[in-house]
Write a new protein. Structure first.
Length: 396
């Protein structure tokens, strides 16, 4: 099979890959950019919180990948199997080898359902649900609306995940639904997290901890879900400080699975400890190979993995790629900005914005740690439009 050459090869056609391609396509000749992406479906995953709460049908979160490929870019519907960065080449599953002048890696995260014993075969059944899959997200709303008494248990792993606030958002929405339905006294809501606190940035953690206390939500930290006994409705956690196992009975179990970089990234020369693509946290250029860049969830950038972070990263990375292409120094720097819109109930939300040092970097002239209807409207109506019609079109 003939080796194909492109000036720029983008591996991964999710939020970061499509946005990067859209911006670069405005600067480079048609046909010089290839996007290697196997999936025919593209999902706006931030919407799945509201799908799981019965606000939207899941179909609103999906579009055909073909509709989103920027004009002038070639879509290679295939999977990458290996990289040869020394020769600026890579191999794909069906389309053979590709060579490039610049490589951009934006493959997102891999969801590791099988890391929790008993989870994958019971997902969507026996009271077990998760918003982290298009296939299972509807089961979350089914379980919430059908629960009349017992324990509703929500989990978050110790591994990095997509959206630091998402595991809590569905918990707050469920608690709000139970209260509005007059079931507060019949249902106990519990949150068990592998993290050390409820949220990375202190300002928002204080607010969220206070909300849990006000609403009677029981919290436990440094506990990772390791097994689900679906027949007996028992969740088994490992205490990360003592390695002891603890059992918790549930009637509804919403699981946020462990996540990691995809396996083909982990075993490649591009990765560092943990399997992340090893890039400079300021420029997003690879620390070993100057013609490789990466941003988004699969990169080693030490910030929360959100679409808002990608929206901040891509313009800076694109400027640096164009500078490198012209033989100029890389002078655009990313400060770690990320944003999490945390829905705290039907019609209420707060907006967390912070940098690498976890200092607030709020956009609006208000205290964004306060629950507001306006922040909920932003999450529900405005952010999806900005995603589909702005960000993915390379418009900022």
């Amino acid at each position: 099979m003939t080796e194909q050459h492109y000036e720029i090869v983008i591996v991964g056609g999710g939020a970061a890959g499509i946005t990067t391609a859209a911006m670069l396509a405005k600067e480079l000749p048609s046909g010089s950019i290839a996007i290697i992406e196997p999936s025919a479906d593209h999902y706006y995953q931030s919407l799945w919180t509201l799908v799981g709460a019965g606000v939207f049908p899941k179909e609103l979160s999906q579009k055909d990948t073909a509709m989103l490929i920027p004009k002038g870019c070639d879509w290679i519907r295939d999977s990458v199997t290996s990289f040869d960065p020394e020769k600026s080449k890579l191999s794909s599953k069906q389309s053979g080898k590709f060579s490039y002048e610049y490589l951009i890696v934006t493959v997102g995260l891999q969801t590791n359902w099988t890391d929790i014993k008993g989870l994958s075969r019971n997902l969507g059944k026996k009271g077990i649900c998760s918003n982290y899959s298009y296939k299972s997200v509807e089961s979350t709303w089914e379980n919430i609306r059908n629960l009349s008494r017992g324990t509703a248990l929500f989990t978050q792993p110790s591994s990095p995940i997509k959206g630091d606030g998402a595991p809590q958002e569905i918990m707050y929405l469920a608690e709000d639904y139970f209260r509005r339905s007059g079931q507060t006294n019949q249902i106990n809501v519990k949150f068990s997290s592998g993290m050390s606190d409820i949220f990375p940035a202190k300002k928002y953690a204080e607010k969220l901890n206070s909300l849990c206390d006000q609403r009677g939500i029981e919290k436990a930290f440094r506990r990772d879900l390791v097994e689900v006994d679906a027949d007996n409705k028992i969740a088994i956690f490992e205490d990360l400080d003592t390695n002891e196992l603890n059992s918790v009975e549930y009637d509804l179990l919403h699981v946020t699975p462990k996540m990691s970089p995809p396996d083909f990234i982990k075993k490649s020369l591009l990765s560092k400890e943990g399997g992340w693509v090893d890039v400079d946290k300021d420029t997003m250029q690879h620390n070993q190979y100057d013609n490789i860049f990466s941003c988004g969830d699969c990169s080693s950038l030490p910030t929360s993995k959100t679409a808002a972070a990608i929206r901040a990263q891509v313009p800076i990375m694109v400027k640096n790629i164009l500078s490198a292409r012209d033989g100029l120094p890389l002078i655009d720097y990313y400060n770690g900005y990320t944003s999490c819109s945390i829905v705290t109930g039907y019609g209420r939300s707060l907006l967390a914005e912070f940098d690498y040092d976890l200092n607030p970097k709020e956009t609006l002239p208000i205290d964004q740690s306060v629950e507001r209807l306006s922040m909920y409207i932003l999450k529900k109506y405005i952010m999806p439009k900005l995603y589909w019609h702005g960000m993915l079109r390379g418009r900022f």
